[in-house]
Design a protein around this ligand. Sequence first.
Ligand SMILES: [Zn+2]
Length: 241
Amino acid sequence: MISYPRTAGKLAALLKSGYDAVLDQIRQKQVLVNVKEFLRARTRELANTSALQRPNDQLLDWFNARKASGLADAAIVYHPKGACMLHGFTIEAVPYTRKLDRALYASERARFDSVRPAWLKSVALSHRQELLDAGLSAAVVDRMEKDGKVPPGYEVHHRLPLDDGGTNAFSNLILMRNDIEHIAVHGRYNPGEKLIHATAYGDMVTAVMPLPPQGALIYPDPSRQWVSERVPNIQLYEIYK
Ligand SMILES: [Zn+2]
């Protein structure tokens, strides 16, 4: 018989039988879970920053094992529709301090509104072919160059978050397709994201984060095999052991 626990209470009860046992039941398709509900229930069990450090460490181990076996760089990330692999991304341990000065953070956020169009214009001017190769149309790149407009369906992403050591420097910016890649890179059940949200302003943690390919100005870029791919959710659940 297949069970399909959906409520927080039922998922919490299921998890009481032990995480490894639950993952076995999921693998054997005796239990079906929704990725968002399941990870919400699991991360509720990991209620503080020291418990949340463990999935961070395991994600880094996952990446290092992948590298050691000779596979190309990729990051596994959470998206509400399911786990994804971002090919070309690395997973890195980032010493992360949430800015205590929230007024400084807010002013940097506000300043980004003027930095964004300036960066877009400069990229369209200097890297036109790269943008076209990644799949933007000539008309869209023209508008970027002329008005500094964000291409439809894209966002300008800070490689290192503004809330940490990240800045509005051009070298810290990359154009990312919103859905699924940008949503997934900020996925709320990414171990680093969970840890950061549990961290008080001014406190330091080591957050394990997905970082875009070095030197990339746009993601995805199929011409460089930098693409996202859906992967079985169990691969992400294993990070939360
Ligand atoms: Zn972003």
